[in-house]
Design a protein around this ligand. Structure first.
Ligand SMILES: O=C[C@H](O)[C@H](O)[C@H](O)COP(=O)(O)O
Length: 224
């Protein structure tokens, strides 16, 4: 068992029969989905709402019943991963490019629980490049505006060197900030930049983080 698997399995304790569950994205969520699929196969009834094409494909493969976000009115709990989490439970997400749909699903969820391995716990955010999702039209001007602010943006590319395209058909500029002194201020600034669709700063969005360690134990961080 590794930390991701430990956290993913622990998240099953957040789920009750009959719930509508937001299904996050990534290699930690993979373990949660796998464990959830085993329960579903044994007759446990839930409905999932995916945050990415990658998660839709896994859910289909494992016969997890799914609905689109527009087909549900509320989501009881969303289980998602994160790239970095600080002591306030502010996080960076979007390493896998799913930040926009993840934030949309999180915002309509009653509870949000993140699952991470212990390497994701940080005192200050920013060592992980901050993903900023942008409209492809004129993206170089958004890049220039971010460069001017000293945010060191870099267009994300796929393995063939083409611009990486999100599920919503946008590009991603990763900001190499190294440290983020004030996530709230930065989020406000990015929210107001024309051409930016969304960014990976998730502030006040989760109430609980399950942190898995290599020895298999799981620490629970909660909002104070
Ligand atoms: O876009 C991807 C998501 O925000 C993921 O939840 C995040 O990148 C963490 O992924 P992983 O569990 O694979 O490290």
């Amino acid at each position: 068992m590794n930390g991701k698997e430990a956290a993913g399995k622990k998240a099953l304790e957040e789920i009750q029969e009959g719930m509508t569950i937001g299904l996050g994205t990534g290699s930690t969520v993979y373990f949660f989905l796998k464990a959830l699929a085993e329960k579903v196969a044994a007759g446990f009834k839930i409905t999932g709402v995916a945050t990415s094409q990658q998660t839709i494909e896994l859910a289909k493969k494992w016969n997890i019943p799914m609905r689109a976000l527009n087909e549900v009115t509320t989501i009881d709990v969303t289980i998602d991963g994160a790239d970095e989490v600080d002591p306030d439970l502010t996080g960076i997400k979007g390493g896998g490019g799913a930040l926009l749909y993840e934030k949309m699903v999180a915002k309509v969820s009653t509870r949000r629980v993140w699952i991470v391995d212990s390497s994701k716990k940080v005192e200050q955010l920013g060592a992980f490049p901050l993903p900023v999702e942008v409209i492809p039209f004129g993206w170089k001007h958004v890049e220039a505006a971010l460069s001017e602010k000293g945010y060191l943006p870099k267009l994300r590319r796929d393995s063939e060197g083409h611009p990486y395209v999100t599920d919503a058909h946008h590009y991603i500029l990763d900001l190499h900030l190294h440290s983020i002194a004030d996530p709230v201020l930065l989020a406000i600034e990015l929210d107001h930049l024309t051409g930016v669709v969304e960014h990976g700063l998730f502030i006040g969005i989760t109430e609980k983080v399950l942190v898995g360690y290599p020895d298999g134990h799981v620490e629970t961080m909660v909002k104070h």
